[in-house]
Design a protein around this ligand. Structure first.
Ligand code: ATP
Ligand code: MG
Length: 184
């Protein structure tokens, strides 16, 4: 279904705010699109399966909590970017944490199925290593991307992008949409 991406992400933040704060995290939301000229982001729409995108958000949020001590910070931000290859505009959602970070040797593989990094052993955390593989699959189905920047000791920033629909009457733009049957 069509949603306005910034209010959508803000609503996800608000939905999970209490649980993050209850555990002691400093949990923040930053809208970096609001400074853009032309007020275009009020009109911005993305065509997404809202249940699946919430699943991505929750997977990333739970990872951030799993790999960040409870006195740390988890920050959600939304901004707008232009795809370097095709010039298409997209919304980028970032989840930044101040946790353990990811070892350089693990970084290329964290989106692989059943891959768990060294920090998961140190942490003795439970999990199968499937969470990020599922996130990646969902983002591919949306014509979006997912990625991470991280440094051991200072934290990780996971981000995903959703291409903006330029014409709400024509959501089926190339690459946006592959599996018709399952989309909201
Ligand atoms: P599951 O999600 O199946 O319960 P998991 O969380 O270990 O298990 P993924 O979500 O796929 O698996 O993450 C893969 C690995 O990436 C993790 O084991 C961990 O090493 C690393 N990782 C993911 N998110 C973070 C993060 N926010 N900070 C540090 N390391 C992370
Ligand atoms: Mg996980």
């Amino acid at each position: 279904q069509f949603v306005h991406p910034v209010p959508f992400v803000r609503a996800l933040y608000e939905k999970y705010e209490w649980t993050a704060k209850q555990d002691g995290y400093s949990f923040e939301f930053i809208d970096l699109t609001s400074g853009l000229s032309g007020g275009q982001d009020e009109e911005a729409v993305v065509w997404i399966d809202v249940v699946r995108i919430e699943q991505v958000f929750v997977n990333l949020l739970f990872n951030a909590r799993k790999f960040t001590p409870a006195d740390g910070t988890i920050q959600i931000s939304v901004d707008r970017i232009r795809h370097p290859d095709n010039g298409q505009s997209a919304i980028r959602v970032c989840l930044r944490d101040t946790g353990f970070g990811i070892d350089e040797e693990d970084l290329p593989f964290v989106f692989d199925r059943f891959y768990r990094g060294k920090n998961s052993r140190k942490n003795r955390s439970a999990g199968t290593g499937l969470g990020l593989a599922i996130c990646k699959e969902i983002m591919e189905h949306h014509g979006g991307t997912i990625g991470v920047n991280s440094r051991v000791g200072s934290g990780s920033t996971f981000f995903f992008t959703l291409p903006l629909s330029s014409d709400p009457l024509y959501p089926f733009a190339e690459g946006v949409f592959r599996e018709e049957g399952s989309k909201g």
